[in-house]
Design a protein around this ligand. Structure first.
Ligand SMILES: O=C(O)CCC(=O)C(=O)O
Ligand SMILES: [Fe+2]
Length: 404
């Protein structure tokens, strides 16, 4: 029986894990008229934890649900109708094939700047190619991250579990987002978050211990990404006629996190999202994915699938860049969709200001004729406001918009 098999898988692991699992099992138990007696003891625990854990970091890892062969997703993974895929279609056969621009960084600087200007204005997202990051490093990183999700026994994975109730903390998790009705809606995603910069936050002993190169590769990748992020932020500043270091100076010391996201096959892709619509909070995100596809960007009110481009790195402008550029460039609203047949991996590298940094529109972009469009904000407060209220179907950033 389906529930018995999920329960069996879950009981093998962690007591905490059962706690979180119980959260999910409560409703299916009733819906599917499972013998009350059989699950009586668990059901009591389940009801108790259902009430006590609503605000906690979610739950069962979706890989377990996927592997248990369920044919219907638990109700907490079902998105409200307005968030679901439209038209209902399998993402693997999606017709939306228009791709984000691809910018060749080996071209002459002035033409690169012009391309970046256009891509930032029109999309807030673009691929870069000939970016200088070794292809082998990108491939190796994808390989070891995938190995964590695929080859680690669950007991070993859970040793790296991030702390409940702190969705942003380093480790292995399944993030919970909060929907507008204050109900929990879960993403169909497991992830591993690594703190990589500044070096004082980088502690490889918190990262997976095999394959043996895992920790070295994450560190090497972090070092390559910060170089590329700085280079891109300089080009982006210049594309607005600002001094090259303008955005970097506004961000200050970079806080870099690397998140590997794993989206297992989902039995009902039309009802779920791998990752809810959001924009990233920091300055710039550099993302690589595998060839499965599933990342979508919102452009002119339409969701477009970013077709994976071998060896390219996807650049996503994030919220602090929108504030610093006074809205001349907007952050990219994006989401990840699921599919029924193939697991998908992406690795995102975020570059954020320190929590204490106050971010405001660049003075060079503000004048009497061009007033600031955003109020200034301390970055840590910006992040807390997101985690306390969730995306509420709109951009976190909109709360800072001034009436001008
Ligand atoms: O998996 C993806 O492609 C998107 C990941 C993402 O947007 C994020 O981690 O913020
Ligand atoms: Fe994102």
């Amino acid at each position: 029986m389906l529930l018995a098999s999920i329960m069996e898988v879950c009981l093998k692991y962690h007591t905490d894990y059962l706690t979180w699992t119980g959260f999910w099992l409560y409703r299916p138990i009733n819906n599917q008229e499972v013998e009350e007696k059989e699950f009586e003891a668990e059901a009591t625990t389940i009801v108790f934890h259902y009430h006590s854990s609503r605000k906690m970091e979610g739950a069962v890892r979706v890989q377990i649900l996927s592997q248990a062969g369920i044919s219907e997703v638990p109700s907490q993974y079902i998105q409200p109708p307005e968030n679901r895929l439209t038209p209902i279609s399998n993402i693997l056969t999606s017709l939306s094939c228009s791709n984000v621009p691809a910018i060749d960084l080996s071209h002459e600087k002035e033409s690169v700047i012009a391309d970046i200007r256009e891509a930032c204005r029109e999309w807030g997202a673009f691929h870069v190619i000939n970016h200088g990051v070794p292809t082998k490093l990108m491939d190796d990183l994808r390989r070891v991250c995938l190995s964590f999700f695929n080859d680690f026994p669950m007991e070993d994975k859970l040793k790296y579990a991030c702390q409940p109730n702190s969705a942003a903390s380093q480790g292995y998790g399944s993030r919970m987002l909060v929907s507008s009705q204050n109900d929990t809606v879960l993403d169909w995603r497991d992830y591993f978050d690594h703190h990589t910069l500044p070096l004082s936050r980088r502690n490889p002993s918190f990262w997976p211990h095999f394959p043996p190169e895992y920790r070295t590769l994450v560190a090497d990748y972090s070092d390559e990404m910060i170089v590329l992020a700085r280079r891109l932020l300089r080009l982006i500043s210049e594309s607005l006629g600002l001094r090259a270091s303008c955005i970097e100076d506004a961000v200050g010391e970079f806080y870099q996190n690397i998140t590997a996201s794993y989206y297992p096959p989902c039995p009902q892709p039309e009802l779920t999202l791998g990752l809810q619509s959001h924009s990233d909070m920091g300055s710039i995100t550099l993302l690589i994915q595998d060839d499965v596809g599933g990342l979508q960007v919102l452009k002119d009110g339409e969701w477009l699938t970013v077709q994976p481009l071998p060896d390219a790195i996807l650049v996503l402008l994030a919220d602090q860049t929108e504030i610093i550029t006074n809205g001349k460039y907007r952050s990219s609203v994006h989401r990840a969709v699921t599919n029924a047949s193939k697991a998908r991996l992406s690795v995102a590298c975020f570059h954020d200001p320190a929590k204490e940094v106050r971010v405001s529109p660049a003075s060079d972009l503000v004048s009497q004729s061009s007033p600031p469009h955003y109020s200034s904000i301390v970055y840590g407060d910006y992040v807390s406001s997101w985690y306390s209220k969730g995306p509420e179907g709109k951009r976190n950033l909109d709360a800072l918009l001034l009436d001008t």
